[in-house]
Design a protein around this ligand. Structure first.
Ligand code: IPM
Ligand code: MN
Length: 362
């Protein structure tokens, strides 16, 4: 098969980690006789600097014409003073809205090898395997009215959801749970917010379509704690946009580093793939960023947009093997000298070497 991939590497460490991910994808695809056709466009701060807007029209056009979009990261200190609607992040939000994907899948997992990377105790996290389904196009991120009124010194945002927006993302969560351990935990703040009461009632209704999947509800504050004390209790975690943003970063602690986690956004016209980490301007250009989240995001591209499940698994296996062999980027090693610490490009190379010997065996 041929996959037309639009790459928007963006700012900070985005380009460094994206390079590694693309060359890993290219390696496994060409091994199977598949073609990866990459187009590159600008997004985020770099696009503000060159085009005066965080999402240039030709980037959006290329995104809509592609089979899938791979985003590195957006944002940086240079653009921090800009108001929300002109910042690098606004380009990403506009891209998300235009592509239409409303279900953002964010896996968080800990195997024995990974458990040593986490500041949490191995006996708490070993075997944890959570899939966050974060609603991506509603809630506070997109709700109107929104404003900072400098005259009155007031500001407001709106957490708004329609029943249909909740139904469609809930169905995806239940469908995914059917293929996993058949449990959905829906997270809300129904003891305070009307929008959460609608969320809870709607998810409860959708659950009736999936009698073989267990549903439980948790309040977001207590869920923040439960994810750290008993992460193994959770299978699919369904939540609205902002709660999902926060809880998925929190759950990166289970994996050991934010640099490990991939994401895929499905349900719209074109799927969008992004590692969940940000642009990390403090370490950009130093060849020390962890490319594994981006590389695992590449595996999700192959799984959800190319139908190449075996190739996706090959990448995931290679990443685990590299970790098993004691290789780490600095964020994962955290000063532990028993690891062999690699830079960004060396880690990418290590994954490719491992894949090459793995593929030679098959
Ligand atoms: C994420 C990021 C984005 C978000 C930002 C960069 C707009 O934090 O993908 O989690 O808040 O969704
Ligand atoms: Mn985030």
């Amino acid at each position: 098969m041929k996959l037309n991939l639009l790459v928007v590497a963006g700012d900070g460490i985005g380009p460094e980690v994206t390079n590694e991910a693309i060359s890993v994808m290219r390696l496994v695809m060409s091994h199977g006789g598949h073609e990866l056709a990459v187009t590159e466009k600008r997004i985020g701060g770099i696009a503000i600097d060159t085009d005066g807007t965080p999402l240039p029209a030709d980037t959006l056009q290329a995104a809509l014409a592609s089979d899938a979009v791979f985003l590195g990261a957006v944002g940086g200190i240079k653009w921090n003073a800009l108001p929300p609607n002109t910042r690098p992040e606004a380009g990403l939000l506009q891209l998300r809205a235009s592509l239409g994907g409303f279900a953002n899948l964010r896996p968080a997992f800990a195997s024995k090898e990974l458990a040593v990377n986490s500041p949490l105790k191995p006996d708490i996290i070993d075997g944890a395997d959570i899939l966050f389904v974060r609603e991506l196009l509603g809630g506070l991120y997109f709700g109107a009215p929104r404003e900072w009124n400098k005259d009155t010194g007031e500001a407001w945002n709106t957490m708004r959801y329609t029943r249909d927006e909740i139904v469609r993302v809930a169905r995806i969560a239940f469908q995914l749970a059917q293929k996993r351990r058949k449990k959905v935990t829906s997270v809300d703040k129904a003891n305070v917010l009307e929008v959460s009461q609608l969320w809870r009632a709607t998810v409860t209704e959708v659950a009736k379509e999936f009698p073989n999947v267990a549903l439980e509800h948790q309040l977001v504050d207590s869920m923040a704690m439960l994810l750290m004390t008993s992460p193994r209790n959770y299978d699919v975690v369904l939540t609205e946009n902002l709660f999902g943003d926060i809880l998925s970063d929190e759950s990166a602690v289970i994996t050991g580093s934010l640099g490990m986690l991939p994401s895929a956004t499905i349900g719209g016209k074109v799927n969008l793939y992004e590692p969940i980490h940000g642009s990390a301007p403090d370490i950009a250009g130093k060849n020390i960023a962890n490319p594994l989240g981006a590389i695992l995001t590449g595996a999700l591209v192959l799984r959800h947009s190319a139908g190449l499940e075996a190739e996706a698994v090959a990448i995931e296996t290679a990443v685990l093997k590299v970790l098993e062999a004691g290789f780490r980027t600095a964020d994962l090693a955290r000063g532990n000298t028993s690891f062999n610490v690699l830079g960004t490009t060396q880690m990418g190379q290590k994954v490719r070497e491992t894949l090459t010997s793995q593929l030679a065996l098959t």
